[in-house]
Ligand binder design. Structure first.
Ligand SMILES: Cc1cc2nc3c(=O)[nH]c(=O)nc-3n(C[C@H](O)[C@H](O)[C@H](O)COP(=O)(O)OP(=O)(O)OC[C@H]3O[C@@H](n4cnc5c(N)ncnc54)[C@H](O)[C@@H]3O)c2cc1C
Length: 386
């Protein structure tokens, strides 16, 4: 922060707190929520280098979803049924907790209950999934025969696996409501302040050292930028989106995952559709921790809307965001060895809006000592030394 900015904005020169949470995305704010819920005696501060929700949390599709059936089929194949079902039940519980604790208490959000569909191309695909051990019934996906879809999708798909009890929400408003709730609980939220180092005294920022007894790193895709120990453990990957205004309305109430085309899309408002995906067209180019747009991906998204959905539209927005991927595609929620007691909660691999609120509860329980171990992956990250 320059001398000139500081004169105008900085008012927290002597910040001392029990818990300092770095990162004011959905997960950082969720961790603060659970800390204040279970330990109202603790002083909690959230520090973000931009504004809360300025990262991936305010840049996604605005859909609180457990994720696609294809994601769980892949987890099942790689990690076995028990672990894959554990993630799904964690995500399902996360959505229930968000509904109980935030959506019901925040009517201004106008969150709508909704559902998502993973489109399935053929009996052969279903057979392949089954022979790889994926049973949709065990995973609670409901089979919808011959879903009615626009454009060429009816020719390409025989049906869909549907996940229920999900929510459409404006994610920027969601973060805003959560932030207001935290402020009413006296959580100190410091925005526009970059943290860059941990030491025995606390966190060094651009302007001071924040003294803290515990630190939570909720930086997701920015973890390796903050500390090199996360390099190769969490990889920042870009996701791009496109918003279009349709010439005519489209009766498609769900969020749709098209696994072969690697896109997902939904109606955001009447005649406004948002679509994301196509990242793997340029996997290397889409690895990195800064937001940008690329013609290759954006044109592929446009082409999908024209070619596959047969839509006519005008473009009203393009954006991107940074996600944090682990090699296992399972998040890390762990206590780490470092200069002061530290918990990391990140690596959501594109699923942080579904998993994040519950993950914040786990991270808070690690801080308070209510739990001693929480991890999803088959790997414990004992190699991370801060
Ligand atoms: C286009 C797109 C589509 C997505 N679709 C879905 C979906 O369908 N379902 C789903 O569940 N998830 C989805 N995600 C992923 C989801 O948005 C993320 O997993 C989730 O938002 C992660 O939240 P977070 O709080 O961990 O990270 P973030 O929201 O990225 O928050 C991290 C914060 O850390 C701050 N920060 C970084 N460095 C510093 C520093 N040095 N000091 C202080 N602060 C710092 C940043 O400013 C940022 O606000 C999508 C993401 C994108 C981009």
């Amino acid at each position: 922060m320059s001398h000139w900015h500081r004169q105008h904005t900085f008012r927290t020169s002597d910040l001392t707190t029990d818990v300092a949470i770095l990162g004011g995305g959905f997960v950082g704010l969720s961790t603060a929520y659970w800390l204040t819920e279970t330990r109202p005696d603790l002083k909690v501060a959230v520090i973000d280098r931009g504004t809360c929700g300025g990262g991936a949390s305010g840049r996604n599709a605005g859909f609180l979803t457990v994720g696609s059936a294809a994601f769980y089929e892949a987890l099942n194949r790689r990690w076995g049924q028990d672990r894959a079902r554990h993630i799904l039940s964690f995500a399902t519980e996360s959505l229930e907790l968000i509904n109980q604790h935030i959506l019901k208490a925040s009517p201004e959000l106008k969150a709508e209950r909704s559902y998502s569909q993973t489109l399935i191309g053929s009996e052969e695909q279903l057979g392949n999934w089954r022979s790889a051990g994926f049973d949709a019934n065990i995973f609670n996906f409901n089979w919808q025969e011959g879903a009615s879809l626009p454009g060429h999708l009816n020719e390409r798909f025989i049906g869909a696996f549907q996940a229920e009890a999900e929510y459409k929400v404006n994610p920027v408003q969601l973060l805003g409501s959560l932030k207001s709730l935290l402020e009413s609980r006296r959580v100190q939220i410091v925005e526009n302040m970059s943290a860059y180092q941990l030491g025995p005294q606390g966190i060094t920022t651009e302007v001071n050292t924040i003294r803290a007894r515990h630190v939570v790193l909720a930086l997701n895709g920015y973890l390796p930028q903050f500390h090199p120990a996360f390099t190769g453990i969490v990889t920042p990957r870009r996701a791009q989106m496109l918003a279009v205004e349709l010439d005519e309305g489209l009766d498609c109430p769900a969020l749709y995952y098209d696994p072969p085309e690697r896109v997902y899309w939904r109606m955001a408002q009447e005649k406004v559709l948002i679509i994301g995906g196509k990242r793997l067209l340029d996997e290397a180019g889409e690895t990195g921790d800064f937001e940008k747009l690329s013609p290759l991906i954006q044109e592929a998204l446009e082409e999908y809307l024209r070619g596959q959905l047969g839509l006519r539209f005008k473009i009203i927005g393009r954006w991107s965001g940074i996600m944090g991927f682990t090699e296992s595609e399972l998040p890390i929620i762990e206590s780490l060895a470092g200069p002061l007691p530290t918990v990391v909660v990140g690596g959501f691999s594109g699923h942080g809006m579904g998993l994040g609120f519950h993950a914040g509860r786990e991270a808070a329980a690690l801080v308070t000592g209510e739990k001693s171990a929480s991890f999803f992956g088959p790997i414990k990250h004992s190699e991370i030394h801060l």
